[in-house]
Ligand binder design. Sequence first.
Ligand SMILES: Cc1ncc(COP(=O)(O)O)c(C=O)c1O
Length: 405
Amino acid sequence: MDHPHFFGFIPYPATPVSFVGDMITSAANTHAGSWLQSSGPSTIERSLISWLATVAGLPNTAGGLFLSGGSMANLTAIMLARDSKLGSTWQEKARGVAYVSDQTHSLVAKGLRILGFENIQIRKVKSDNHFRLDVDALEKEILSDRANGLRPFLIVASCGTTNTGSIDPLHALAKLARTQFPNLWLHVDGAYGASVALSKGYKHLVDGLGEADSISWDAHKWLFQTYGCGMVLVRDGNLLRQSFATEAEYVRDAVDSGQGDSPNYWNYGPELTRPARAMKLWLTLQVFGLDGFGAMIDHGFVLAETAETELKKLPDWTILSKANMAILNFRFEPKERSEEELDVMNMAISQQLILKNVAAILTTKLLGKVVLRICSISPSLSKEAMRHIIARLDTVAREREGAYL
Ligand SMILES: Cc1ncc(COP(=O)(O)O)c(C=O)c1O
């Protein structure tokens, strides 16, 4: 997954600097659960979280912590939403309803189930023609659930969906959650896309991120870190302690002030023993600087745009979702083929590309069709190399077409 020609899933283009940071952190083996055990790394974690929250547009009340990745960040945020917006009894929780889109990552529903919600409490709202959550459809669902005596409590928006990179209308959703239905929590799953807040040329795309009550953000995706390095950022940082703090006599010597200046991170999230995950990201930021990071992120956009430009020059290729947030979806569609034949042909093209060692361009499904998908966030792939890959892709596709005649 770290090969520059790997475009499946969300690739893993970790920088060697992160790898070195990870080695040092592992060797020091700091227990980053409490201030007593980890005042140095916890200071780095606290300042990175506070700075990244500002970059995302959150107010200075924000807090958060590092976690293993997007799954745990989403789970943590859902717990805060549940504790803030639903009552404390199970009867009240049983009436809670959460809203996701048909493009939301499946692990959000997993997180809801882990926290005790049933599938019937999760509404999968349709997305619009650009794969963004349809706000009108959402509003109708909320109104209908309220009329039926249910308790809508959570909207999960995406900032960079896994399929197409689409960004839900964050401002409109915030308005819905704050003004129209004031008891709704807006969580933004930015596991993939929140990193664009550090981009130089594309930052405007994630405008509205700071409207969220909570944000998931994976550094092991588009901030080039080794696994597992994710974060949850929370608009009102105090809520983390309210949901997660515990006390016990055997940790009585590791008290923190409770003011956030000397955090015991085991009171901010689900883990007690935890590695000092912030250190490698901090080291990488020191080495590359903000300009370096911004340029590395922007390069991903340029690669996907290059792939799109090249495909458009060739006959029989259809773009199903334009280059967006470094993700592009397309399909080989020679004439006079049935939909089923095209599905099989595109799957075969993907497999042939791997067998011939050209690239890993895997498939997904959009609008019921099998499509080829490129997620191009590797800083070490050149535009020229991307052009060459598209040319090879076209050759492989025409060979497959020949095989079907
Ligand atoms: C949009 C989105 N959210 C969440 C996740 C899950 O994150 P993790 O694998 O770090 O748990 C992914 C993973 O690809 C993702 O793309």
